[in-house]
Design a protein around this ligand. Structure first.
Ligand code: SAH
Length: 214
């Protein structure tokens, strides 16, 4: 109950107040128990206006960023979505509330195992997860109506945009290691259209079409 109140406050003060209007996105953010995705030690901070560490040097994104990226995907309930960077699984759960099926890829096995367990516990049976390099996408299941990348890329991975349907949307942070621009890319019959959604800061997308491993 206390977490429900914190969640309600998070949505009204951080998300609605900053202009997110998509009813379905707001509803999903009111529903998914974010505190379960950060581990007990941080559960009281889960609804704060900031990202949090989730182990393995990775972070769960700030609630507003999750809402903004999700809204920009323009999901319908029939959509098949590809997510790169499962992390805690929180963004995955939001997507699973809004789409038909979510394919999620994480490169750090331990994070994937923890996220998978929690998503199963919460009965998100429309999530299919795997451990691999997401910069290559998921060719066997492509094309996707929407693709979301939750780690910062040096450039838009060519393999990924090729896995979008015509009319499909991709949201991805692109830039250097320290700051990126959030891009929405829409695939048309005759090419791609990019919209700049503003500045952001993500952990690195590491892989063949991302940053090199350190
Ligand atoms: N959406 C996540 C955010 C996780 S942070 C959440 O809500 O918690 C970004 C994640 O991307 C990290 O877990 C990192 O390990 C992962 N990642 C980085 N490069 C990747 C790649 N090439 N393929 C798959 N996952 C990747």
């Amino acid at each position: 109950m206390k977490f429900r109140r914190l969640r309600e406050k998070m949505v009204s003060t951080q998300i609605e107040a900053r202009g997110i209007r998509d009813r379905r996105v707001l509803e999903a953010m009111r529903k998914v128990p974010r505190h379960l995705f950060v581990g007990e030690a941080l559960e009281y901070q889960a609804y704060g206006d900031f990202p949090l560490p989730i182990g393995e040097g990775q972070t769960i994104s700030q609630p507003y960023i999750v809402a903004e990226m999700t809204q920009a995907l323009e999901l319908t309930k029939d959509d098949r979505v590809l997510e790169i960077g499962t992390g805690s699984g929180y963004q995955t759960a939001i997507l699973a509330e809004l789409a038909f099926r979510v394919y999620t890829i994480e490169r750090v096995r331990q994070l994937l195992i923890t996220a998978r367990k929690l998503l199963d516990h919460l009965r998100y049976h429309n999530v299919i997860a795997r451990c691999s390099d997401g910069t290559l996408g998921w060719p066997d299941e492509s094309p996707f109506d929407a693709i979301i990348v939750t780690a910062g890329a040096p450039e838009v991975p060519e393999k990924l945009v090729q896995q979008l349907t015509i009319g499909g949307r991709m949201v991805i942070p692109v830039g250097d290691r320290w700051s990126q621009t959030l891009l929405q890319i829409r695939r048309h019959e005759d090419g791609f259209h990019e919209t700049d959604l503003g500045g952001c800061r993500f952990v690195k997308l590491i892989g063949e079409h991302g940053w090199r491993e350190e």
